[in-house]
Ligand binder design. Structure first.
Ligand code: 5GP
Length: 189
């Protein structure tokens, strides 16, 4: 997706050889016009699928997920990392290792929000080693719902996420694919 690539080239900051900071349009400040285009592109990529729900993980997945859900006219659910006081105990729960925070969190979704009739598209901001994606797949499995696939805004192909997900038979569509981050440069496909 050219507009996304241009923005990453313009505003992306390399934190080390593995992490790209995109805080000015996706991870902290959010560009709604770009998010709208991202949502439309995900819908285009998955137009052959019947989707009833979008699932993401707080917090950075929420913006692209919400724009996708809005244009698809379906609801968006985000998995929480901490149980809120307003949630009942009737939850799907698993663990997720955070690539950027290097800590393990719970991942929690109320059972009444996803059920076995749902066809779920997972949206997330980055795919690195696939930990977040696998945990979201686990939640969908607990719900007995159908997992359509993964829509990823930025995939780092030099890490193992796609391989793991494809190995499980999951479909992965990413809008920008980073080949490598080396010596202060980002190389794209
Ligand atoms: P994974 O679970 O696939 O190992 O890592 C994906 C998650 O870690 C994403 O949800 C994202 O929040 C975070 N992440 C992984 N790599 C990067 C990166 O290069 N930049 C940023 N900003 N977040 C990343």
């Amino acid at each position: 997706m050219q507009q996304l690539l241009d923005r990453m080239k313009k505003d992306g900051i390399i934190i080390d050889d593995n992490i790209l900071k995109v805080d000015t349009f996706l991870n902290h400040k959010v560009d709604p016009k770009l998010m709208k285009k991202i949502g439309q592109e995900f819908i285009n990529r998955f137009k052959d699928s019947y989707i009833t729900k979008i699932l993401t993980i707080e917090s950075s997945g929420i913006s692209p997920a919400l724009f996708t859900a809005y244009d698809l006219d379906v609801d968006m659910v985000f998995a929480r990392k901490k149980k809120s006081l307003t949630m009942s105990d009737d939850v799907y729960q698993t663990e997720v290792f955070s690539y950027t925070k290097k800590e393990t969190n719970n991942l929690i979704v109320s059972k009444n929000l996803i059920n076995s009739d749902d066809n779920v598209l997972v949206i997330d901001d980055f795919l690195a080693n696939g930990e977040a994606a696998k945990s979201l797949a686990n939640i969908i499995e607990q719900a007995g719902a159908n997992l359509i696939g993964f829509g990823i805004v930025i995939e780092k192909t030099f890490q193992s996420g796609r391989e793991k997900l494809n190995h499980e038979g999951y479909r992965v569509e990413s809008l920008a694919r980073i080949k490598s981050i080396e010596k202060g440069n980002v190389y794209f496909y």
